[in-house]
Design a binder for this molecule. Structure first.
Ligand code: HEC
Ligand code: HEC
Length: 421
């Protein structure tokens, strides 16, 4: 059900949920008056329209003064000119009070996230077989720890190595002193700044609404979208790439990076939102990795703490969508790769030529899955295209890779039908 829920609908569901909670929480409310009317989050006489919230959210998204350094906005890492992904090939971006604190994960694109379901440990898709438990699925960030984009926006605003504000109150004080103050008073009431926590919550709400702008965040104007609508044909090479991508005996990519429209007709995000371990090599360019005891284990920590004892969840990360992936310069949660061709070769060769992808350990043997402690290495996915024997034949060859690269470019937004390419 979630996968097909449009984001706007999700928002109204959230709103409805809030009201429902309010209604149960204040059963003492007088009859004739909505139960939530005295609550601090009551919409008020003239609740702001989505358009007003969006306009405010857009300004906040680009406002550097909301960071401790005064140098960093959301757009610094999520660049609109790069499908709201990283503007450069750095594995991780620098942030914090002095603008020098390194992150630990690559910046995901913010496009096409409108259908990401809230995190669930036991996911049952409405498409196909309902009864099948797809396991941990969904949620925002690489480990799915934020259920909605408004939970998410609070993270960078407060993270010490990102926008580095000390507290929601500090953000509220900045907003009160900023050029946004009149808009806040107009939209949320003259006394909004007397409630700093509310001020903060309204800011993240506005950011969330901005991130639902269809033209900016889900234009569905890639060549592949035109193809799905029957408006253009893919070239012979693009078609061949798509076939390898879908073929269960070759790329088998579509088993995780869904490429078809859903039963409800929704266009694919090229992810089933599932959490999977693919065993990306450790990236020495991440500062935290200079500590040989530090591991980013995704679902089982360190950022998530609810599954720290679930050894079977260690190394799992949410499958990223592949729209606009050919415009990225950095791949996987740890930025282990900088070239899409290398990513595809890794899929083909991880198990048949591991010595090409992993360094040698102290014992002189290839340290396969070196970004995972040995006890978690059994969590790594072994289905096609993986699972070959060392020295065996890769699931797909170099020509298949070239064709898939050509196909993946059809997922870039901004295709103009009628032009070549
Ligand atoms: C210093 C760079 C940086 C800044 C600034 C930043 N982000 Fe992010 N963003 C990231 C990284 C890195 C992740 C992945 C985090 C993780 O997986 O733990 C992320 C993840 C996200 C996600 C989840 C995407 C997904 O695929 O689940 C959203 C939404 C998001 N950021 C929105 C924002 C907003 C809104 C702002 C401004 C308030 C912002 N970000 C500022 C680096 C940044
Ligand atoms: C078993 C599920 C699964 C299969 C099959 C699979 N992927 Fe992935 N893919 C993932 C996951 C999970 C990640 C993120 C892994 C990480 O960051 O540690 C990923 C990451 C990627 C990325 C990097 C995207 C980014 O934004 O960093 C690309 C590109 C990609 N996959 C392409 C492919 C292609 C092409 C195939 C087929 C040859 C394929 N994948 C097969 C699950 C899968």
């Amino acid at each position: 059900m979630h996968a097909a829920t449009p984001w706007v609908l999700t928002l109204s569901l959230i709103a409805a949920g809030t009201l429902a909670i309010a209604a149960t929480a204040s059963h003492a409310a007088r009859p004739g008056k909505p139960a939530y009317s005295d609550a601090s989050y009551a919409p008020g006489a003239h609740p702001p329209s989505a358009r007003q919230l969006e306009a405010l959210g857009r300004q906040l998204f680009f406002d550097r003064s909301l960071s401790a350094s005064g140098q960093m906005s959301c757009a610094t890492c999520h660049s609109p000119a790069h499908a709201y992904g990283p503007p450069n090939g750095l594995a991780v971006q620098l942030g914090g009070k002095d603008g020098k604190q390194p992150g630990t994960r690559t910046v995901p694109s913010l496009r096409y996230l409108q259908n990401v379901p809230p995190f669930s440990e036991h996911f049952h898709d409405n498409d196909g077989n309902d009864s099948e438990d797809a396991g941990p699925t969904g949620g925002f960030t690489w480990d799915g720890r934020a259920d909605y984009t408004h939970n998410q926006a609070a993270l960078p605003l407060l993270a010490a190595n990102e926008m580095a504000n000390g507290s929601p109150e500090e953000v509220a004080r900045k907003l009160q002193a900023s050029a946004h103050a009149p808009a806040f008073r107009q939209l949320f009431g003259q006394d909004i700044f007397q409630q700093p926590k509310q001020t903060f919550d309204k800011a993240v709400l506005a950011l969330e609404v901005f991130q639902q702008n269809p033209q900016e965040f889900y234009p569905y104007d890639s060549k592949y979208d035109f193809y799905l609508r029957g408006q253009v044909k893919l070239s012979a090479q693009e078609m061949r790439g798509l076939k390898i991508f879908n073929d269960p005996d070759k790329g088998n990519c579509a088993s995780c990076h869904l490429s078809q429209r859903s039963e409800s007709g929704a266009f694919p995000f090229f992810s089933d939102y599932g959490h999977i371990a693919v065993g990306a090599p450790r990236n020495p360019a991440i500062a935290a990795n200079s500590n040989s005891r530090y591991y980013d284990l995704g679902l089982c920590g360190p950022y998530r703490t609810d599954f720290k004892t679930r050894d079977d969840y260690c190394g799992l990360f949410r499958t990223p969508g592949l729209r606009n992936v050919a415009t990225r310069k950095v791949f996987f949660h740890n930025g282990a790769f900088h070239d899409l061709r290398q990513v595809l070769r890794f899929y083909a060769e991880r198990d048949v030529k591991p010595e090409k992808w992993y360094p040698k350990g102290k014992d002189g043997k290839t340290a396969k899955f070196d970004d995972l402690p040995a006890r978690y290495q059994g969590n790594v996915n072994m289905e096609a295209p993986f699972g070959g024997k060392p020295g065996g034949k890769p699931a797909f060859n170099e020509r298949d890779i070239v064709d898939m690269l050509v196909f993946l470019k059809t997922l870039n937004d901004g295709y103009k039908p009628g032009r070549r390419g």
